[in-house]
Design a protein around this ligand. Structure first.
Ligand SMILES: Cc1ncc(COP(=O)(O)O)c(C=O)c1O
Length: 394
């Protein structure tokens, strides 16, 4: 018997992406409003777009560039990381988004059969990156029941008891899907625990600027730490596909292995996207924080819409663009509720099962301007009221 028609066990064993299921669901509806996808409503800085418009005839934009990213962008990123993230000993590789950065890292750091650690509720794409590369022993650690912070005591115990030691621990700060922020002392403790056990720590900082209520995001650096960043939400560059990896410049061989992977996936991140990123960085952090400030109102609107579930069941949201809510008892299959909300109330959210937490939903407050957000939130509030009082009536 030949192999035609036989698909890899790795691919078959990987979750179906929740966003493709959500897109399919949206296509069934006539006038859906989305609180589902993790996007921001703004576009890249206008000045940066204007400059890039002139570059389309530049032949270098249509050619390949260095695998690790164009030198001017890497230099600008090193400055940004030094000044804003206090990362002074990090080398940088530019990737086609933070998701590709994460896959590069899993391929560079893990072998099939290795075990790794994530915390619930976890970022679904990171989970899938492990699954699809054969890293199927994914140990899920608990979050604190109130704050959802990763449980460092559990991590310490688990790392000391697991043989062989898990290869990678990963956290998202602030989190997707919870919007929970990891305070610096906790991040440092997690890092110390990883270091003592000889395991890597990958920190996903995609939402580094998305912090509210005076809280401050921070990064940490070390030979066992890899930081991942993204241009997607910060500069509204989702479709330009640009992110980067920061890793210790002291690590022997790390860059060589990363380059093998990079050269076989995108070769290099899109050159015009990298040029746009250089211009966007000229606008600086202030450009982003100005827009993030505007999301505070959106968060309030969505929080209000979630009140039918009970205040105690709505968590997270001190960072990123998400609130995380527990559905009433008896609704473990959150996708069923998501479909019902979509068809009956015209509003779409993400089911928590995609992040390892049945009976929950993730609601994004980043993708709509205030007025549209009010309309979407009103649909959500009505839907949740009906769910709580009467169940999923047809
Ligand atoms: C935590 C996290 N990491 C990575 C990504 C993907 O980012 P990118 O668009 O840069 O691939 C997202 C997007 O939602 C995210 O929430």
């Amino acid at each position: 018997m030949g192999s035609f028609g036989m698909l890899s066990r790795r691919a078959l064993g990987t979750d179906v992406p929740v966003m493709t299921q959500i897109r399919r669901l949206m296509a069934e509806l006539t006038n859906p409003m989305s609180l589902a996808q993790g996007v921001v409503y703004w576009q890249p800085p206008q000045k940066a777009l204007e400059k890039v418009k002139e570059l389309v005839w530049d032949p270098t934009v249509s050619s390949y560039g260095p695998d690790e990213g164009i030198p001017e962008l890497r230099e600008a990123l090193k400055n940004k990381m030094r000044e804003e993230n206090k990362l002074t000993k990090s080398a940088v590789m530019v990737t086609a988004g933070a998701n590709q950065a994460f896959v590069n890292l899993v391929l560079a750091l893990c072998d099939p059969g290795d075990s790794v650690i994530m915390f619930e509720p976890y970022y679904f794409n990171a989970y899938m990156a492990f699954q699809m590369t054969g890293v199927t022993d994914i140990i899920i650690g608990p979050g604190h029941p109130e704050t959802l912070y990763p449980d460092a005591d559990w991590l310490e115990k688990t790392l000391s008891e697991s043989k062989p030691t898990p290869k990678v621990v990963t956290v998202v700060n602030p989190g997707n899907p919870s919007g929970t922020y990891v305070p610096e002392p906790l991040l440092k403790r997690i890092s110390e625990i990883c270091k003592a056990s000889g395991c890597w720590l990958i920190v996903d900082n995609t939402y580094e600027y998305f912090m509210y209520d005076g809280l401050k995001h921070s990064c940490i650096e070390g030979d066992h730490i890899v930081n991942v960043f993204s241009f997607s939400k910060t500069y509204g560059m989702m479709g330009w596909r640009l992110g980067y990896i920061a890793y210790s410049e002291r690590l022997d061989g790390f860059a060589t292995e990363l380059l093998k992977i990079q050269d076989n996936i995108p070769i290099c991140a899109s050159i015009i996207s990298q040029r746009l990123a250089i211009y966007a960085l000229e606008e600086g952090a202030g450009w982003i924080t100005e827009r993030v400030k505007g999301l505070v109102k959106n968060r309030e609107i969505v929080k209000e819409a979630l009140t039918p579930l009970g205040k105690e069941n709505v968590k997270g949201g001190e960072g990123a663009i998400y609130l995380w809510a527990k559905l009433p008892e008896g609704h473990r299959d959150a996708f069923k509720v998501v479909r019902w909300l979509a068809h009956r109330h015209g509003v779409v959210v993400i089911p928590g099962g995609a992040s390892g937490c049945p009976g929950h939903i993730r609601v994004s407050f980043g993708g709509l301007k205030e007025e549209e957000m009010r309309a979407a939130a009103e649909r959500l509030r009505k839907g949740l009221e009906e769910l709580v009082n009467h169940g999923m009536v047809e």
